[in-house]
Design a protein around this ligand. Structure first.
Ligand code: OXT
Ligand code: ADP
Ligand code: MG
Length: 580
């Protein structure tokens, strides 16, 4: 709490002697009262002084080069900690830059608060052309879970309390908090200010599922001949790791981790069906979803990927409206994952029947076959590298350093990394998420390093890296233990496209032979160029041992990738071709 706000004064203290506080300090006090220790943002009018004062008060304020990256850092901080990550932006353009990340947090169910300075209401509302004029609240509202504006200093406490509760309770999401410039300078009595602050009590209350829903789910699960559990990033977010592991192991059911749920149980776990994905989706008869939506990433629960076998779905989710969103859910379990999985475990009793042996055999033999097929490709030492050669060595490095956090984006660089690199611990794989968005890379890497203190390995497509590349200066400035590996194939998907219609390069290619490693050297970081898996292995191990900011340009054969990685089928051309 800022000093000005703690000094008490009696009612008859003369006016001149009264301690005063202001909007700046009330916001700082409110954040600290609610345990918020870190802010990610970009300074400027009207929040520059707020950032300085927050830093002086002991809050960690990380200054970025672009608000979108600060926003992604805040979003992933929310995912990793279950507390709202805070992003601070200036008015209009800075606000808009941050908004993509706020919408991303909402889409991915991560708790985040974007606090933005804004211009004066009186002028904005009359559209009289204020500095950075924009009706930010109206613009933010449809893109996030909740949006609030505070006009009076005495409402800062309640405004922040509403923002925190909205971000973390129920299905988590992004919240916008609009603070007009004038608010920061508003002065009020310090004692009254102190009393106006609100500490949010029990912001994430347990949401215990109904006993009948739990019983129904267990009855359906037991009826399966070919049951499957799908773990989504909601399960990783819930931090109910022990209960989930016990439940999965007690059930004996094969589990399929969605991308950011990898590591909840190790990918090398005997029940993991990650390498038999098509088989388990197609042939299962009972599917239990834990913190995963039946959206595009699961083909909406229907169609070819799900095969002919009739299926029943059980779904555990905190959001009641998620049930039946795409297809019928036979056993909805509405509640928080920690409470729901514990209730299921209790209900299973002492001797839960193991799934039929022929189903387990089908899954494990498909999995082992796929793993065996991939193994020799991971051992090649080709130069220039293909994705498999490069990722083969990175896979071993992650195995040897299981507590490092892997950040990953790109198309081929994303999809092949997801399949090849096993994850061993919960919340160690952070990627593009529900939108498949490029640009999360450096923001996530910074947020993850700051929030966890763990080393970060960011595996990036060369295009993907470009969306947030300037933040390598931020990584160097804060001396973060981040090693960025750019799988550089000279372009988007491939570096071989040619524009036959004129002198301009094709739309998907970049400067050939670019040396991204030189960029980090400009800021005092370590750069390395790797042309073979052996060189790559040496460079990454050196970076992870030193903990120094490092960028490795991994030279990949420009012809190695495929259009859109694993999701080429979503391009309109291939959809058209399918229809013809
Ligand atoms: O069972 P089967 O036999 O089917 O086999 C499966 C698994 O069982 C098996 N498997 C394994 N085998 C052996 N061993 C192991 N360990 C193993 N594990 C699995 O492998 C297969 C495949 O498994 P997988 O991957 O699990 O299954 P599948 O079928 O692929 O799953 C389906 C999906 C949909 C769940 C999965 O594919 C998925 O999660 N996909 C996410 C895709 C995604 O989000 N992509 C990003 C967007 S692409 C595009 O939009 C890009 N843009 C446009 C753009 C974007 N996105 N954003 C913004 C802000 N602006 C523009 C751009 C610009 S990508 C992009 C840049 C690309 O260029 P880069 O240079 O960055 O990257 P490069 O491509 O490298 O050049
Ligand atoms: P994935 O992309 O991994 O499949 P999704 O983002 O689609 O995962 O789904 C995550 C789901 O988890 C969301 O529907 C969200 O409501 C739910 N969820 C998030 N946190 C919790 C929680 N603590 N308890 C229950 N459900 C949760
Ligand atoms: Mg590329």
């Amino acid at each position: 709490m800022a000093e000005a706000a703690v000094q008490s004064i009696s009612a008859n203290t003369p006016e001149a002697e009264r301690e005063l506080t202001d909007g700046f300090h009330l916001l700082i006090d409110a954040l600290k009262l609610n345990g918020i220790k870190t802010i990610y943002g970009v300074p400027g009018i009207p929040i520059t002084d707020f950032g300085r004062m927050a830093q002086a008060s002991g809050i960690r304020v990380l200054s970025f080069r672009h608000e979108q990256n600060a926003g992604y850092a805040a979003a992933i901080a929310g995912f990793l900690t279950k507390e709202p990550g805070v992003c601070l932006t200036v008015s209009a353009p800075g606000f808009l830059n941050g908004l993509t990340a706020l919408a991303h947090a909402t889409t991915n169910c991560f708790p985040m608060i974007q606090i933005s300075g804004s211009s004066e209401r009186e002028i904005v509302d009359l559209q009289q052309g204020d500095y950075e004029e924009m009706d930010q609240l109206a613009i933010a509202r449809p893109l996030c879970k909740a949006a609030f504006r505070v006009l009076h200093a005495q409402d800062i406490g309640i405004g922040l309390a509403r923002a925190i509760r909205a971000a973390v309770s129920g299905r988590p999401g992004g919240v916008y908090l609009d603070l007009p410039a004038k608010l920061f300078g508003q002065v009020m009595d310090a004692e009254a200010g102190r009393k106006s602050l609100v500490k949010v009590i029990d912001p994430v209350p347990a949401q215990i599922p109904a006993p009948e829903a739990v019983k129904r789910a267990l009855d359906v699960l037991k009826s399966g001949k070919r049951p499957l559990v799908i773990l989504g990033k909601g399960a990783a977010y819930a931090q109910a790791d022990g209960a989930i592991k016990s439940f999965v192991e007690k059930s004996g059911i094969p589990f399929l981790p969605m991308s950011m749920a990898k590591g909840l149980l190790p990918d090398t776990h005997p029940q993991c069906a990650g390498a038999a994905r098509s088989t388990v989706l197609r042939d299962s008869d009972i599917v239990m979803l834990i913190g995963a939506r039946l959206n595009w990433l699961l083909s909406h629960g229907k169609g070819k990927a799900w095969g002919e076998t009739p299926k029943k779905f059980i779904q555990i989710d905190i959001e009641p409206k998620e049930m039946d969103s795409n297809i019928e859910i036979a056993a909805p379990v509405v509640g928080d994952i920690g409470s729901a999985v514990s209730a299921l475990l209790n209900g299973m009793g002492g001797n839960w029947p193991a799934p039929p042996a022929d189903w387990i055999k089908t899954v494990t033999s498909k999995r082992d076959e796929n793993i065996a097929k991939m193994a020799p490709r991971l051992m090649n030492n080709n130069s220039p590298m293909d994705y498999h050669g490069a990722l083969g060595v990175l896979r071993t490095i992650v195995k040897e350093r299981p507590d490092a956090i892997l950040v990953n984006e790109g198309a081929n660089a994303l999809d092949l990394t997801r399949g090849i690199i096993d994850i061993y611990q919960p919340r160690k794989r952070l990627d593009v998420g529900t939108w498949g968005v490029m640009g999360i890379g450096m923001g996530y890497a910074i947020g993850a390093a700051i929030e966890t203190g763990k080393p970060v390995l960011a595996i990036e497509g060369d295009s993907a890296f470009g969306f947030s590349g300037m933040e390598i200066e931020t990584i160097c400035r804060y001396k973060l233990p981040v090693c960025v590996v750019i799988l550089n194939n000279d372009g988007i998907y491939r570096g071989t496209d040619v524009n036959k219609a004129g002198p301009d390069p094709a739309t998907t290619v970049f400067v050939k032979g670019a040396r991204y490693d030189k960029m980090i050297e400009a800021f005092g970081g370590v750069g390395a160029n790797a042309t073979s898996p052996d060189e790559l292995k040496r460079a990454v191990n050196a970076a992870m041992d030193s903990g120094k900011p490092t960028l490795i340009n991994a030279v990949i054969d420009p012809a190695a990738g495929s259009e859109s990685g694993r999701i080429g089928n979503l391009n309109p051309q291939s959809r058209l071709a399918k229809k013809k």
